[in-house]
Write a protein that binds this ligand. Structure first.
Ligand code: CA
Length: 255
């Protein structure tokens, strides 16, 4: 059986380009939370070059908004932020107040803020890095945290006869293995965590693709189409409905 676990890198693509559809690589989603915009951009650019799908939040409120809807694998979280500080963001993640309850948190702290560092770890940060840091050190920590993540048991989602194992990256329908690309897997995961809701193309672009995907691309329609075919390849009834002009909906009841 084939599933989407190898290799760990995706080919970088220019911002605004059309996502490559045929990939069996799991896109690892990272949220960079940093109020120094130049630093945030530099970190995001570097992580994208490493093959991660990266979003940026420039304050704590923006971070919580993004975390509410997107299941990030890792958050690089600056401690001192406008509106809501990093400690509070971390606390809400660990409290289960966001969609990213299982996310790894790498806290970034100023050099002398030892007390901050301790309270960051108390609030459930997985690691910390002292600013200023070398980019190579950041990517090394990110890799280590994500490796640690791979050994952990993740959530298993169920909707109707669909089952999705987020840690082992396996999806089945009625016990039949679905051979999904990374993007199809991420899309199905998003549908399953929002079962019964109408999701617009914009919602899907924002949460399943990264924020630099060309909004005029037909990638969502194409990927929903291939996912739908795979979901019904065993003759099962369709579960993803198209609502003309408003989007898509995954049925939360067997049809
Ligand atoms: Ca800051």
């Amino acid at each position: 059986m084939e599933h989407c676990t190898t290799p760990t890198r995706v080919k970088p693509r220019p911002h605004g380009g059309i996502a490559t559809e045929v990939t069996t690589v799991k896109a690892v989603r990272v949220l960079v939370v940093e109020d120094e915009t130049d630093l945030a951009d530099a970190v995001a650019t570097g992580l994208r070059r490493e093959g991660y799908a990266v979003d940026i939040a420039n304050d704590g409120e923006d971070a919580l908004d993004k975390l509410a809807y997107t299941e990030y694998d890792l958050v690089c979280l600056d401690l001192t932020l406008p509106k809501v500080d990093g400690i509070e963001v971390c606390r809400q993640i660990r409290n289960g107040d966001t969609a990213s309850t299982g996310t790894r948190v790498l806290m970034l702290t100023a050099r002398d803020a030892v007390g901050d560092r301790v309270s960051g770890l108390d609030q459930g940060a997985d690691d910390y890095l002292v600013k200023p840091y070398a980019f190579a050190e950041l990517t090394a920590r990110v890799r280590t945290l994500l490796r640690r993540d791979a050994g952990r048991s993740g959530a298993i989602l169920h909707v109707g006869d669909l089952e999705l194992d987020t840690a082992r990256l396996l999806a089945t329908r009625g016990g039949r293995d679905l051979e999904l690309t990374a993007k199809e897997f991420a899309l199905l995961r998003y549908f399953m965590t929002h079962a019964g809701e109408v999701l617009s193309t914009e919602d899907l672009l924002e949460h399943v693709w990264d924020q630099f995907t060309d909004p005029f691309t037909n990638t969502v329609r194409v990927t929903v189409g291939t996912l739908r075919r795979k979901l019904s390849a065993g003759g099962e009834p369709p579960v993803i409905e198209t609502l003309i002009g408003s989007g898509y909906r995954l049925h939360d009841q067997p049809t």
